[in-house]
Write a protein that binds this ligand. Structure first.
Ligand SMILES: [Zn+2]
Length: 313
């Protein structure tokens, strides 16, 4: 049979007399059918099963500033079911030009977590936000009962406390950290107890300085010049929040629903133990391993890897 004939036969419309199928077919042929489904494009991207995983997931986001706003916007619109959001701070005018959920009238009137919880449903109606207006070290233990932790923080003391809090749980969960300089952003993906933890690269001296609140941000001269407040613009926070959100969805969709991350979809492999650094000047991207430190300043990091029989090198 010639090809043309075959094609023509296949494309010939055969009307179905059943009213149910007929309606379904009309719906499928209607552009409006797809336009009325809020999840349509996301489902096409991730596939139905993976989108269900995202919708059934709970994340902890610590920090509701510029990066936290980006994370809540992205993961809310991607369909994450529940976001536990921790930040003790209130909204100030200086936050407005980087935070999608804050308004000028919020200045000193509303906490950052409550502003996000109030406005996220406008763009992500199916995402529940539970606000915790506290510092991470004062947060109830229930905040750690999640599938993933996002570190949207601007200081290493809070990073240490959050990493410690995760390591203290019976089961640790993956963590994604974001950081920025004037001309670069970084994202790191950890699974403490299995890969390096968020403080594995710290020296003992740096750890002591953090614990004693004696930190000088000597890693980036730009920050030293502009102390006491970090310089920051929305483009930087958008990029780091975007990359962190991409990595977050990879972790969520690869979960096997138990303790592992073996349910891999091609192109969605999680990057545990990796650091992504993006330089805005020349658009160079570096992708590097973060090696676990056998002398990590957090003893439970070392103990957990030992118990899991994971070598440090
Ligand atoms: Zn460690």
């Amino acid at each position: 049979m010639p090809d043309g004939e075959s094609t023509q036969k296949k494309s010939t419309h055969q009307p179905d007399n059943s009213s149910h199928n007929s309606i379904k077919e009309k719906e499928l042929l209607s552009v409006g059918f797809f336009e009325e489904d809020i999840e349509d494009r996301t489902r096409r991207y991730f596939g139905k099963a993976n989108l269900e995983k995202i919708k059934n997931s709970t994340i902890l986001c610590v920090g509701a500033g510029a990066v936290g706003n980006e994370i809540c916007k992205n993961l809310g619109m991607l369909g994450v079911g529940h976001i536990k959001l921790v930040d003790f701070d209130i909204v100030n005018k200086s936050n407005i030009n980087r935070c999608i959920f804050f308004r000028p009238g919020d200045h000193k009137n509303i906490s950052k977590v409550n502003a996000v919880a109030e406005r996220l449903p406008e763009i992500a109606p199916n995402t529940k936000v539970t606000p915790y207006e506290v510092r991470i070290e004062e947060a109830p233990q229930e905040v750690y009962q999640v599938d993933l932790i996002i570190m949207a923080l601007d200081n290493d003391y809070a990073r240490y406390m959050l990493n410690y809090g995760n390591l203290m749980q019976e089961k640790t969960v993956p963590m994604i950290n974001g950081a920025m300089g004037k001309s670069f952003i970084e994202a790191q993906i950890y699974h403490p107890g299995i890969t390096a933890c968020a403080v594995c690269l710290w020296s003992e001296d740096y750890y002591q300085a953090i614990m004693n609140h004696q930190v000088v941000l000597s890693c980036d001269e730009f920050f030293v010049e502009t102390l006491p407040k970090f310089p920051m613009i929305s483009t930087l926070t958008s990029i780091v929040g975007g990359i962190m959100s991409v990595e977050a969805t990879k972790v969520l969709v690869s979960s096997d629903g138990k303790d592992g991350y073996s349910d891999i979809t091609k192109g969605q492999e999680p990057n545990f133990g990796k650091m992504i650094r993006y330089d805005l000047r020349d658009h160079e991207m570096i992708f590097a391993d973060i090696m676990p430190n056998p002398k990590c300043v957090d003893v439970s990091c070392r103990a957990r890897r030992k118990a899991n029989k994971i070598s440090d090198r």
